[in-house]
Design a protein around this ligand. Structure first.
Ligand code: FE
Length: 135
C-alpha cells in the first residue's frame, strides 16, 4: 500500500472542482440521480478523485436503484476504510479512501451476493478510467 497522502484544504481546493471538494473533502453528498456514474455501465476502474487510488472495479458495480453508483465490494479491502457515522440522526458506516481520507460515501448491508454489501458512493468522489486506458 502506498504512503498516505496529506494535503491542506487549500491544496485540495486547487486540485478539485468546488463540488468535488465539498463532497470528497467535506463529507458532502450529491443529490440522488444527479451524479455522472449512477447510470453508467462502462468497463473499467473507479479511482479516488483526490489521489488516484484504485477503489472499485466495474465488475462489482450493480444497479441498486438508489441513485448513486453502487458496488458490492471494493477492489481490495485495503483500498477503503470504514468508520461509524452518527451524523443527521442516522447510524451509518462512512467509507473513505485509505490513502488520502477522501469521503466516498457509505456502506450498507442490503447489497447483493456474494458480500451482501452496498457501497453507495458519490460520483463526485470518483474518477472512472476505461480498462484499456489503465497503465
Ligand atoms: Fe484518495
Amino acid at each position: 500500500m502506498a504512503e498516505k497522502i496529506h494535503k491542506t484544504d487549500e491544496e485540495w481546493r486547487q486540485l478539485l472542482t468546488p463540488e468535488q471538494f465539498a463532497i470528497a473533502r467535506k463529507k458532502g453528498t450529491e443529490r440522488a440521480f444527479t451524479g455522472k456514474y449512477w447510470d453508467f455501465h462502462e468497463n473499467g476502474v473507479y479511482l479516488c478523485v483526490c489521489c488516484g487510488n484504485e477503489l472499485f472495479s466495474s465488475d462489482t458495480k450493480y444497479d441498486s436503484g438508489c441513485g448513486w453508483p453502487s458496488f458490492y465490494a471494493p477492489l481490495e479491502d485495503s483500498r477503503v476504510e470504514n468508520s461509524p457515522d452518527h451524523s443527521y440522526g442516522m447510524i451509518r458506516t462512512e467509507v473513505t479512501c485509505s490513502r488520502c481520507g477522501a469521503h466516498l460515501g457509505h456502506v450498507f448491508e442490503d447489497g447483493p451476493r456474494p458480500t451482501g454489501l452496498r457501497y453507495c458512493m458519490n460520483s463526485a468522489s470518483l474518477n472512472f478510467v476505461k480498462k484499456d486506458e489503465m497503465k
